[in-house]
Write a protein that binds this ligand. Structure first.
Ligand SMILES: Nc1nc2c(ncn2[C@@H]2O[C@H](COP(=O)(O)OP(=O)(O)OP(=O)(O)O)[C@@H](O)[C@H]2O)c(=O)[nH]1
Ligand SMILES: [Mg+2]
Length: 323
């Protein structure tokens, strides 16, 4: 398949083409950036929803339940699960796959687990590019599941229109979202496993914590109790998400958010561009001499870094030329 043809087939919403394109994204295949560029320009009117929360809080179950609820409303979906084999939650791949498979062979839902943590640009980039692919393919909604720890997850949260933070009862007294530092990234707080005792208390505590929070946007962050397993509260949650989307559009917050999304994306690519152009002092043997000079305090790290960057932008190979 020619690159151009693959892009066209993705835009036509062909499942096989989407799958193939996402594999190219994961692998950082040759020419993939030009394809993403074209798909990005094609745009899409997709509602991008990030789902984060502690390991085992029921994110996958919730995403599957949400997907079913959206399907009942005739919306098409993409689901991107950030690789559950990440160091944060080993061993749950199988569980996730089985649960997602309950969505069956419905062509209206495309499910993909991303697995590129550690690659250049990393998981966050691959995930954000995957959203671009699914948006260009015309999906109405894209759900992204992440584990809510670490820089990748923060970056992924920055790539969503609506961020759901999932809490559960029975994890001790402290508010989980507060402890994890994600109280204020939530547009909607979800208390899952509300079929278990203690859910009401978690809801009340979250509401109290939110009253004290400093976030001022004009959007009152709702706290929605659900049981993803039993499906209770899930339709209400979809209503809440639709309301959030509506608020974003009407208040002008959508533009602000998309500007933040664009800025974060450009910055992340910029960082990688810099790192691909300069030699990486933590791994590059050619820079051992420079690193040794910094260690011996003959040169300071600020000047070493600036010199490397300057040499790279002038097309000089710093490992060959004297700095
Ligand atoms: N009682 C109850 N159990 C639930 C509910 N939702 C999920 N679970 C259970 O919680 C466990 C974890 O669910 P997952 O959906 O895999 O949780 P997760 O947050 O995706 O987990 P990781 O991806 O590993 O972080 C499973 O045993 C689910 O069956 C719920 O609403 N009620
Ligand atoms: Mg999961």
């Amino acid at each position: 398949v020619k690159p151009k043809e693959l892009v066209e087939r993705v835009q036509a919403g062909e499942t096989a083409a989407i799958a193939r394109m996402l594999t190219r994204v994961e692998r950082g295949a040759d020419g993939v950036h030009d394809q993403i560029a074209e798909l990005y320009r094609a745009g899409g009117d997709t509602h991008v929803i990030g789902v984060t929360g502690a390991p085992g809080s029921g994110k996958s179950t919730l995403v599957a339940a949400l997907a079913q609820a959206y399907r009942r409303r005739k919306a098409t979906l993409g689901v991107v699960a950030v690789d559950p084999s990440s160091p944060y939650s080993g061993g749950s791949i199988l569980g996730d796959r089985i649960r997602m498979h309950e969505l069956g062979d419905d062509p209206g839902v495309f499910v993909r687990s991303m697995a590129t943590r550690g690659a250049l640009g990393g998981l966050a980039r691959a995930t954000v590019d995957a959203v671009t692919v699914l948006a260009a393919a015309g999906k109405d909604v894209v759900l992204i599941e992440t584990v809510g720890v670490g820089q990748d997850e923060v970056e992924i949260a920055q790539a969503s229109h609506s961020t759901l933070v999932v809490s559960v009862p029975g994890l001790g007294d402290e508010i989980q979202a507060l402890k994890a530092g994600v109280l204020e990234i939530a547009d909607v707080h979800v208390v899952n496993k509300s079929d278990r005792p203690g859910a009401d208390k978690v809801v009340a505590e979250l509401r109290d914590a939110l009253r004290l929070s400093r976030r001022q946007t004009g959007w009152r962050v709702p706290v929605q109790a659900v049981s993803a397993e039993r499906g209770t509260g899930v339709d209400d949650l979809v209503d809440v998400l639709d309301r959030h989307r509506g608020w974003l559009v009407e208040s002008g917050a959508l533009e602000l958010r998309e500007r933040d999304m664009a800025a974060a994306r450009v910055r992340s690519i910029l960082q990688d561009l810099v790192m691909t152009q300069v030699h990486d002092p933590t791994t590059d043997a050619d820079l051992a001499a420079t690193v040794e000079e910094v260690r011996a305090r003959k040169i300071d790290p600020y000047h070493a870094a600036r010199d490397l960057l300057r040499a790279a932008s002038q097309g000089v190979d710093p490992t060959q030329e004297a700095l």
